[in-house]
Ligand binder design. Sequence first.
Ligand SMILES: [Zn+2]
Length: 132
Amino acid sequence: MEICPKCERELKSANQWHNCVKVDIGDLFKNKSKELEYLFDQLLLEVTEWDDVAVSATQNCIVFVHNQTFLIIRPMRSQLDIKFYSAVKLNDPLVLKSIAYSGRYENHIRVTADGHITPAVFMYIKQSYKLL
Ligand SMILES: [Zn+2]
């Protein structure tokens, strides 16, 4: 992997397009419910254990890339929006929406500050990782 000298983001190739802004992940949790950072840490700890995962932050979300982006986490005021992909439409009350997008489905799960990350959430993220 290449590292962009300007934003220090990990890239698949030196000329890969990326949002070239240096953002500290901690900055995304400023003025947000403290519990959201704990929830995010749970996710980060698990997902960075998987092979070949690059993590980077943009101005409003944290992006996880395997061969392609498979997980995008956006801290909201009191919720974490977890976006991931699937090969089929997900009909699960846990999933807020499941929208067809260029041959796959884009899904959102929202966890609240006083909630927790369930095994089902990790299962969905793992499927997204394997897909992409
Ligand atoms: Zn850059």
